[in-house]
Ligand binder design. Structure first.
Ligand SMILES: Cc1cc2nc3c(=O)[nH]c(=O)nc-3n(C[C@H](O)[C@H](O)[C@H](O)COP(=O)(O)O)c2cc1C
Length: 199
């Protein structure tokens, strides 16, 4: 009985959702898009957001033998999260190296959690980067969310402030993605509490 009551209580707890800002490029467009997304998400769902901006970490140039404080800080924040939203640009039909560097600093911290995407680029709206990320996150035993929030940064759909002009359409896309993300996050959090993940 206690167990049922406890699992109901934890099912209602806010979902700790890490929004990972993947681009660290000087002059990047990703910061404004991530900020807009975080503001939208705070309005739309009972999420406890942690915006993890990779530009704020001093990661080592080479993968070291021992994790550095920056790597440990990043992996602790990944570990704490119930769900992730990766904000990614497309670079040469892929995702940026800064994102792969960070992803590879964690292992079981990712396991059995959902990953959604906010993507941007030119005509392909970052979707080729997302498809590559699905492959990587599959290796890390995550569930990637089918619907993606995506933008062409150069067709006028973003304003001078780098945020979507059509906030209604963008809001619908965010709600759709977050509905799927939160469903998986609740289901997987309950499953992890019930049984350790069998990796
Ligand atoms: C090195 C590099 C390669 C790029 N390659 C692509 C590409 O293959 N497809 C695309 O749609 N956009 C491409 N772009 C455009 C970026 O997606 C766009 O500039 C985006 O704003 C970059 O994200 P950021 O500003 O957050 O760094 C490329 C940009 C850079 C800097």
């Amino acid at each position: 009985m206690d167990r049922i009551v406890n699992s109901r209580a934890s099912a209602d707890a806010p979902l700790r959702t890490a929004v990972i800002v993947g681009s660290t490029r000087e002059g990047r467009g990703g910061a404004a898009i991530a900020q807009w997304f975080a503001e939208c998400s705070r309005q739309e769902a009972a999420l406890e957001l942690d915006v993890i901006d990779l530009a704020e970490f001093s990661f080592p140039q080479r993968y070291p033998r021992r994790a550095t404080p920056a790597m440990l800080d990043f992996s602790k924040r990944v570990d704490r999260a119930d769900a992730f939203v990766v904000v990614t640009p497309e670079y040469n039909h892929g995702y940026p190296a800064s994102l792969k560097q960070a992803i590879d600093y964690c292992c079981d911290e990712w396991f059995a959690k959902p990953v959604g995407f906010v993507a941007y680029g030119t005509a392909a709206q970052g979707l080729r980067a997302v498809e590559q990320l699905r492959q990587v996150f599959n290796a890390l035993h995550t569930v990637t969310i089918a619907d993606v929030v995506s933008f062409n940064r150069f067709d006028g759909s973003l304003g001078d402030d780098g945020r979507p002009r059509d906030t209604e359409a963008a809001g619908i896309a965010v709600r759709r993605m977050l509905a799927q993300l939160t469903w998986w996050a609740r289901a997987l959090r309950a499953a992890r509490a019930e049984l350790p993940f069998a990796a």
